[in-house]
Design a protein around this ligand. Structure first.
Ligand code: AMP
Ligand code: MG
Length: 400
């Protein structure tokens, strides 16, 4: 039986980023990871530009205040100055317009008065460079503006648009197939008969994978027969980077998943992990495909997704940091329990007097998905006796 960290290491050892593809710059790149440096093809701004509506002046002319300057021309944003500004002169300028030769500062129109055909500057302390955004201040031609590995957010889309990147090389989202297994399972359209339950894991795992960015194929429910499992597993392995199964991985007579996977050429790397919930966790590979056999209890499946599947999906999607994201936070209430294995308990973060605290949620164990639902963290408790006072710093895994 592996420790959680050992099992995660085994998963990450087999996870590789997918081969990059070029995608037209659009919101579909959001959340994807850049597969090549994005460099500036020109300076930004490409010219010294005005940060205000006002007048381009020679700051030396304005020393002492009350300068009266002759306006040589008007330059809106998008135009190019035709004239230089000489001593005693200025140019009418609008935000975004290039600064004319000769001028070294902008005076806001609020700091001026029109006196006949002249402009009186009432700003008595005009400094060289004021209200000027100099050429190349944001970036210089050739700068690496977004390095390989950048996760693209809306600001990155704006930056790429500014670079003229009509197409961007990004790592594709992983393709994931989800198969729920169990003779007792029925689809939500069907009325559960005696001994039957509805399939919670399938829709939950599909949702987790979709929220993690994956392109997901739901393989539905397979009965606990080697024949049915074989067909569905082959279907899943054919078209995906990651196959997630739920149920049938434990030691019962009807837990056929690991055997069928091995029969189909999946090499096992993890069979059991010292954790609660979720001890039976199968992880194996066939070629580049990663195969996770998650425990059937819904909270176990959820926790195993967060600890092992999500980090794998992040690596496949090109992220440098696989996670899971963890933090150490003070307990909001006492904890007294005893566990035979390290335990991941549903919990909620809440604002504390300083920073955040973590409060365990009422929870009835691995089958209690309702108890997990409000969680935004998993409180990590060690094996053995846990007697912690409020305020004790404890490790948590951050969800979402
Ligand atoms: P298993 O891992 O197949 O032994 O299942 C462990 C427990 O989880 C059993 O009580 C199953 O009925 C339950 N279970 C398995 N699959 C699902 C599912 N898809 N949705 C809800 N409960 C499930
Ligand atoms: Mg089962």
């Amino acid at each position: 039986m592996l420790e959680v960290a050992e099992a995660l290491a085994a998963v990450l050892e087999h996870a590789r980023p997918r081969r990059p593809e070029a995608v037209a710059l659009s919101p579909v790149v959001l959340g994807r990871v850049l597969a090549m440096h994005a460099t500036a093809d020109r300076d930004s701004p490409p010219f010294d530009k005005s940060l205000r509506d006002g007048y381009a002046v020679r700051s030396a002319d304005c020393a002492g205040g009350a300068a009266e300057l002759r306006v040589v021309e008007e330059v809106p944003a998008g135009a190019v100055p035709a004239k230089a500004v000489g001593p005693g002169e200025c140019a009418r300028l609008f935000t975004g317009a290039p600064i004319p030769d000769g001028a070294d500062a902008v005076v806001m129109q609020e700091d001026t008065q029109l006196v006949g055909d002249r402009v009186r500057v009432t700003d008595t302390a005009v400094k060289p460079g004021q209200w000027v955004f100099p050429r190349g201040r944001e970036m210089r031609a050739g700068d690496v503006v977004l390095p390989t590995g950048t996760a693209l957010n809306a600001a990155a889309v704006g930056v790429l648009a500014g670079l003229g990147a009509a197409e961007v090389p990004v790592v594709p989202w992983p393709r994931v197939a989800v198969l729920s297994t169990g003779n007792e399972l029925v689809n939500l359209a069907d009325e559960p008969g005696p001994g039957q339950i509805r399939n919670s894991n399938g829709p939950m795992l599909v949702s987790l994978a979709v929220r993690a960015g994956a392109v997901v194929h739901d393989l539905g429910i397979a009965r606990d027969t080697a024949g049915e499992l074989r067909g569905r597993i082959e279907e899943g392995l054919d078209r995906t980077d990651v196959l997630m199964l739920a149920g049938g991985v434990s030691v019962g007579k009807f837990d056929l998943v690991p055997g069928v996977l091995e029969e189909l050429g999946v090499t096992p790397h993890v069979r059991q992990v010292r954790m609660k919930p979720g001890k039976p966790l199968f992880f194996g590979t066939r070629g580049d495909a990663l195969v996770f056999g998650l425990p059937g209890n819904p909270v176990s499946a959820f926790v195993c997704f967060e600890l092992f599947v999500r980090p794998a999906l992040r690596v496949l999607a090109g992220h440098g940091e696989p996670g899971p994201r963890t933090a150490t936070l003070p307990l909001a209430e006492p904890v007294a329990e005893s566990n035979d294995r390290p335990t991941y308990r549903p919990a909620r973060l809440e604002p504390a007097a300083v920073g955040w605290a973590v409060r365990p949620l009422p929870w009835a164990g691995a089958p209690d998905l309702r108890g997990l639902q409000p969680a935004d963290a998993l409180l990590v408790l060690p094996a053995g006796e846990s007697r912690f006072d409020p305020g004790t710093p404890v490790p948590v895994v951050l969800l979402n």
